[in-house]
Ligand binder design. Structure first.
Ligand SMILES: C[S@@+](CC[C@H](N)C(=O)[O-])C[C@H]1O[C@@H](n2cnc3c(N)ncnc32)[C@H](O)[C@@H]1O
Length: 322
């Protein structure tokens, strides 16, 4: 059996069902999964374009922003990128910023054109402690997530079971403090806090710049923000072609901010991507030829994506429980 389906079926047969976050984890990251096999080509795009795949302008604006922060906070130009994917942002930041060191933390294999230019690590545990900058574009929306729904005032989670060799969804009662709003379905991402905490501990002093697709709790929890992509299209038959289908959902930035602050980060900025790009001079960097990319970045992605900038001050121990 190709891809992660064999493992998914064997876990279902053992336990009767698997939770949706486990289904996402195996579908995206197990051997033959979406990120471990399908998104390995070095072409931009495929099922979706991320901002750095669309244009180097994104990296140019981010470089200029990092230069400013470097001066304000007197930080060295050590860069860490988590979830670098095909390496487009790394290529641009290396070119425009010429950092002292560039670490990539990525679950998938090393991108050949970055060999010798970056230190490629498969886990944050391998990262040395440092002062500097951590960046992540579309990382938090690529974490495994549960899908919570409310029916007749009761909270349920979607799980994946099997019927006559086919995968199917079922609802199971769920206990938790976060609930979707009326008619909505809430994506409860698993593992965000652990990652934030690891970044906090590795950064002796520095700034973590996060870009992602999403909005406030109200925006995310009032609709079904879970989406599946295959061959460039949104699909509804996401239980089919496991490993060839991307599974993602909107980031609840209220929760992400809350978790970051609980750990000890200070929120320096939170705004739509469009405002970030304009405040940091996208118009100065763009040529006439790049106008279509500017419009996509500002109008389409600009509204849907947000930037969250977190500060770790020197000598701060993490707060709260793990
Ligand atoms: C949507 S892609 C974004 C890729 C890239 N940042 C871009 O903008 O084109 C998400 C990437 O995050 C990686 N990823 C997901 N969880 C991760 C984790 N915990 N640590 C490191 N990388 C992770 C995936 O392997 C995937 O390459």
């Amino acid at each position: 059996m190709d891809g992660p389906l064999g493992k998914i079926l064997s876990e279902i047969r053992e336990k009767g069902f698997i939770t949706f976050d486990r289904f996402v984890e195996l579908s995206l990251y197990d051997s033959g999964g979406y990120y471990t096999s399908k998104r390995l080509s070095l072409k931009p795009g495929e099922d979706f374009f991320t901002a750095p795949e669309l244009s180097p302008l994104f990296g140019k604006v981010l470089s200029s922003y990092i230069e400013k922060l470097k001066e304000s906070f007197k930080l060295p130009l050590n860069l860490v990128e988590i979830g670098a994917g095909k390496g487009f942002l790394a290529k641009d930041l290396l070119k425009f910023l010429k950092p002292k060191a560039y670490f990539v933390v990525e679950k998938r294999g090393e991108v050949p054109f970055l060999k010798g230019k970056v230190k490629w690590l498969n886990s944050l545990k391998e990262l040395p402690n440092l002062r500097g900058f951590v960046v992540a574009n579309e990382l938090f929306d690529a974490f495994p997530f549960k899908r919570l729904v409310k029916e007749k005032g009761k909270l349920f989670e979607v799980v994946v079971a099997e019927e006559e060799g086919e995968l199917k969804e079922e609802l199971r009662p769920f206990q938790g403090s976060i609930e979707p709003l009326e008619g909505g379905e809430y994506p409860l991402f698993v593992g965000w806090k652990e990652l934030l905490r690891e970044v906090y501990l590795k950064l002796e002093e520095g700034v973590f710049v996060v870009f992602d697709y999403g909005g406030s709790f109200g925006e995310v929890a009032s609709k079904r923000s879970f989406r599946a992509f295959r061959n460039g299209k949104i699909v509804n038959d996401y239980l089919k072609e496991v490993g060839k289908t991307d599974l993602t959902a909107c980031v609840d930035f209220d929760r992400l901010k809350r978790l970051s602050e609980e750990i000890g980060f200070k929120v320096l900025e939170f705004k739509p991507l469009s405002a970030f790009l304009l405040e940091n001079g996208i118009e100065k960097f763009a040529s006439f030829k790049e106008l279509p990319a500017v419009l996509t970045l500002l109008v389409d992605m600009g509204r849907k994506f947000k930037v969250l900038v977190l500060l770790k001050e020197r000598g701060q121990a993490p707060s709260g429980k793990a």
